[in-house]
Each structure stands twice: as C-alpha cells, then as structure tokens.
Ligand binder design. Structure first.
Ligand SMILES: NC(=O)C1=CN([C@@H]2O[C@H](COP(=O)(O)OP(=O)(O)OC[C@H]3O[C@@H](n4cnc5c(N)ncnc54)[C@H](OP(=O)(O)O)[C@@H]3O)[C@@H](O)[C@H]2O)[C@@H](O)CC1
Ligand SMILES: Nc1ncnc2c1ncn2[C@@H]1O[C@H](COP(=O)(O)OP(=O)(O)O)[C@@H](O)[C@H]1O
Ligand SMILES: [K+]
Length: 505
C-alpha cells in the first residue's frame, strides 16, 4: 500500500503567495535565500543542458527580481560548462538587490539591455523575466519581446513560470511566453495546471531546491493536482465474499419519453463505476423506450415527484442522479426536492442545476437540511446560471470553492481543467488533456460515474475527484473518434490499471 500521506503531499499546489511563505519558512529554518537561488539556477541549467547541445548558444532573459536571479545563476553555470551565453537584463544591474544582486556579482560575462529588438538567434532562450512576483500585466517593450520570442520558433525554457502567466489563476497577463519546458521549485503552482497557463508551460519539471517538507503543515494547504495519489487509498475494492447489495444501489431519474438517452448513459456509467445495482426511475410514458434498450439496469415506475420520493424512501437506494435529459422547469425542481429529502447521495447535473436559476436559495436550503452528500456538476454556462455573481471571477479555483461553500455541495466546475471543490475548502484541479471529451453526452456519463462511486460509499470529495480522473483516462484510452457511449466501456481497463498500481504499491 502506498504512503497515502506522502502521495497527497507531493500533489499539493502552492499559490505564489504561499510559495513566498514556504521560502521564508525555509530561510527561518536556516537555509539561506542565496542557497535556494543557487539550487534553483542549478536546476534550470541542468534542464537547459538537456535541450541545448553542448557548447550551444543560450540567451538568458533576466528580470529585475529573484526570477532574474535564478537566470543569472543558470547563465553563470552554463558559461562555466562551455556554453556560449548572452544575458539580457530588464532594468539596470545597480537596481538588483538581495540574492539577485549576489548572483549578478558572480556573473563574469557581459550584460545586454533587454529590448524588443534584441538578437534572438540562439539555440535556447531562458525566460527568467518574472515568476511568482508578476504584479501587473506585461506591456510595451517587454510585451513586444514576448511576442517576438513566441514567433521566432526557438525553444524557450521558463524559470518557475512562463513570464506573463499568473501563478495563481493560470491567466495570461498582457502577454506570455510559450515554453517548451518549465522548471518550477518545490511544488507546482495552480497556474501550471489551470488554462490557459498549462498550454504555455510545455513539459513541467519540479526541482527540489532544499525547502524542507516540514514547512507544509503550517501553510494549511487545501489544493491538489487531481491524480490517483489523492484518492487511490479510498477507491472501492470489491470484497472476496461481497454481494451486490454491499456495492450500493444507484438510481438514475429518467427524462420523458423523447429524452431518455442521457439517463441511460448515466446508468450504464454507474454500473461500470462499480455500483452493485442500478435502477432507472421513469414515468410510465418513458418505459417502452427504456425497456427497449436496458439490460442490467432495472426500471422502476414512478408517478411524479411524490412517486420518486416514495421510491427513494428505501434507504438501500443510496445514490441518485437527476438532471440528464430532465428538462428545465418546475417539475424538475419538485423531483430534485424529492431526491434531496432522501438519505441517498444526490448528483445534480445539467437541467437539475439550471432549473433553480431563479430560486437558488431554495436549492441551497434543501441541501443544508440534509446530511448525505450532494454533488453538482455544472459546466461554465450552468454555473453562471446558479452563481451569476461568481461567474466572471478570474480565479477558477476560488469561484468553485465559493460555490461549494455557498451550496453546501461538492461542486465540479467542468471543462478541460475541471476543478472539484468541497464545502470545507478542499479543491483539486485536473491536468489531463482529453479533448475527445468535448462531445455530446460525456457529462451524463460523468454524473453516473460519480453516483456509482458514491453508492459504494467512497467519501464525496474523493469520489468526485476519482470520477473526473477516470473519465478523462477512459477518453484518453479510446482516443480519436470517441463518443459518449464508448466511455463506460473503457472503464474496465481504467479499473484494471488502478488495481495493478494498488498491488504494486
Ligand atoms: N528567495 C526566494 O524567495 C526564492 C525565489 N526564487 C525565484 O524568485 C522568484 C520570485 O521572485 P520575486 O518575488 O523577486 O519576483 P519576480 O518574479 O522576480 O518579479 C518581481 C520583479 O518583477 C517586476 N515586475 C513584476 N511584474 C512586472 C511587469 N508586468 N512588468 C515589469 N516588471 C514587472 C517587479 O517590479 P515592481 O513591481 O517591484 O516594480 C519586480 O522587480 C520566483 O519565481 C523564483 O523564480 C527562487 O530563487 C527560490 C528562492
Ligand atoms: N476540451 C476538453 N478537454 C477535456 N475535457 C472536456 C473538454 N470539453 C469538455 N470536457 C469534459 O466533457 C464533459 C462534458 O460535459 P457537458 O458539458 O455536461 O456535456 P453533455 O451535457 O453533452 O453531457 C465534462 O466532463 C467536461 O469536463
Ligand atoms: K519566468
């Protein structure tokens, strides 16, 4: 079994502000800032040597702060190792201070003034302009230089972050380098994973620069990269002597006769996610369409919201999905209310979210009154209907956290960088490219997977994170040509790999 704590610790993400606190804590523990910078520059030089042939021509762009200091150290080390290094500095040498000034004093080569027209002919360009200290948008001469570098087709190695990427939000502030590789220090930052930042980083390397892990507990961190190390230890594993009832019973609420497909996708996904039983709750008119397609999934006839409440009063039915194909309106609100009165974990997807557009407080109050978990799975459009005041927030992690706290639910703000947040502030960001997921019905599959894991009593935040990761993994295994029906069929391979990793731990 893996060391759960250390796996989770390795996945922690630090904002630039938290990273500054980690740096200071390390210094208070006796590790000098100058040594941290020396280690950072050493890590940069090592990566530069991987990209650039020995003796090649390296251009280092150094900024006026400590990010520039890292660049100055790397420049010195590369020159010592036989590379031809040019260094262009933003601002004057005299204005450098602290550790960066020490790094500059050790640099024996020439200094060019940084400008948009600088000669870019080099085998490698090291971007050491701004990192954690980016305090405003890049403009004017520096922005023109960034654009010229991006257009010149030479590899860029970014120090800590591609300059112009906000380390907290992943947003481009004015202009940003497109790097082939990024070397960051101690831990990744949210801006490496959130979009568009992730697309600017290239391959990310995390270097140990001597900051001890002992500084972490005092930072009270609650943000992780979404990866199996985060939830592997709480994934449901079937018992050798187990029976289907022990694996939970998921109910999916079907849409009307003309819109049953979405619920069927969710039901199949819940089964493949491991729920022992899955039932479809359907009004009489939808039953013929459902019966023609369903096999392992059972059909339970219900009559309106009251009928649904009656069905869910059986506590063995311990997870329910409502929303896929449900239709927007009062009838869906009533059915959602019936679900929330039950003791089951409830997944609110699609129309179940949108239906509360004009009365979000009614939804939040109903959630507050129950103790079993609630999940909400909005994409940006659905999110903006339920949380209009948060929609324009530039920080995707912060807005998802605020929504989760307000709703009292685990909120999954979907997209290519899906953020999962729990009401207690824990959050995780997905970093797996799976562009094939941009096809109709994949959200319905995700909702079913969450309910399938929740039925097996996986803790709510972990179930949501695991479902998002497994969903993307399934898409990556299938690859081009994926349609939503393919996703549940890829889950056995996803499970097998996860089980193999568990055995290998
Ligand atoms: N000891 C440590 O802590 C360690 C830190 N390390 C390294 O330090 C980095 C953080 O260093 P940092 O805090 O000095 O910030 P940094 O990213 O260099 O930028 C600040 C400078 O840029 C300027 N500036 C900002 N935005 C601008 C803009 N748009 N356009 C123009 N100028 C702009 C800003 O100017 P000001 O706002 O003050 O006028 C200021 O001069 C971190 O990413 C890592 O690489 C490692 O060595 C490990 C040990
Ligand atoms: N470009 C993309 N890269 C990765 N995942 C994506 C991308 N586009 C969409 N997704 C994922 O696909 C799913 C789409 O869900 P949703 O928008 O609700 O679609 P639908 O309503 O058709 O089921 C979400 O899980 C989302 O995160
Ligand atoms: K940089």
């Amino acid at each position: 079994m893996c060391d759960h704590f250390s796996a989770r610790e390795a996945l922690l993400l630090l904002t630039p502000e938290q990273m500054g606190r980690a740096d200071r804590a390390a210094m208070e523990a006796g590790i000098s800032g100058s040594l941290l910078m020396e280690n950072a520059g050493t890590a940069v030089a090592m990566r530069a040597q991987e990209i650039c042939p020995h003796g090649g021509h390296v251009l280092v762009l150094a900024g006026p702060g400590n990010n520039g200091g890292d660049g100055l150290v790397a420049a010195r080390l590369l020159a010592e190792r036989g590379y031809r290094v040019r260094l262009a500095l933003l601002g004057s040498r005299e204005k450098l201070s602290g550790d960066a000034a020490i790094a500059a004093s050790r640099w024996q080569g020439g200094l060019e003034k940084l400008s948009a027209g600088i000669d870019l002919s080099a085998d490698l360009i090291v971007d050491a302009l701004f990192g954690a200290g980016l305090g405003r948008p890049i403009e004017g001469e520096v922005a023109a230089l960034v654009e010229a570098v991006n257009a010149c087709q030479r590899p860029v190695l970014a120090v800590d972050l591609p300059s112009g990427i906000d380390g907290r939000t992943g947003c481009v502030r004015g202009a940003a380098f497109k790097a082939a590789k990024t070397v960051t220090f101690f831990r990744e930052k949210p801006g490496h994973i959130l979009l568009p930042g992730r697309l600017h980083c290239g391959e990310i390397h995390v270097a140990d620069i001597g900051i001890p892990d002992a500084v972490l507990p005092d930072l009270s961190l609650k943000l992780w990269r979404n990866h199996p190390g985060l939830w592997h230890d709480v994934l449901p594993v079937p018992d050798v002597e187990g029976h289907k009832y022990a694996r939970g019973h998921t109910v999916v609420v079907s849409g009307p006769a003309h819109a049953t497909g979405a619920a069927r996708l969710a039901a199949r996904a819940a089964l493949r996610a491991g729920a022992g039983l899955v039932s479809m709750a359907a009004e009489e008119d939808a039953i013929p369409a459902l019966a023609a397609h369903l096999t392992a999934v059972m059909i339970k006839k219900v009559d309106g919201a009251q009928g649904l409440a009656g069905l869910l009063s059986d506590a063995r039915l311990n997870a329910v999905v409502i929303g896929p194909g449900a239709g927007v309106g009062q009838a869906t609100c009533e059915r959602v209310a019936a679900c929330l009165q039950s003791e089951a974990a409830v997944v609110l997807d699609a129309d179940a979210v949108t239906s509360f557009k004009d009365q979000p407080a009614r939804l939040f109050d109903a959630i507050e009154a129950r103790s079993a978990p609630v999940f909400m799975t909005p994409h940006e459009g659905e999110f903006s209907r339920l949380f209009p005041d948060l929609a324009e927030h530039a920080d995707k992690v912060e807005k998802t956290r605020k929504a989760a706290e307000r709703a009292g639910a685990v909120v999954l703000l979907k997209g290519a960088d899906t953020v999962v947040a729990a009401p207690d502030g824990r959050a995780a960001i997905s970093a797996r490219d799976a562009p094939w997921l941009a096809t109709a019905g994949t959200g319905d599959v995700l909702a079913g997977m969450i309910a399938g894991l929740a039925a097996q009593r996986m803790p709510a935040f972990d179930a949501a994170c695991a479902a998002v990761w497994m969903h993307a993994d399934a898409a990556r295994r299938f690859g081009p040509g994926l349609i939503s029906e393919d996703l549940p069929e890829m889950l056995p391979a996803v499970w097998s790999q996860l089980a193999a990793e568990r055995c290998a731990d």
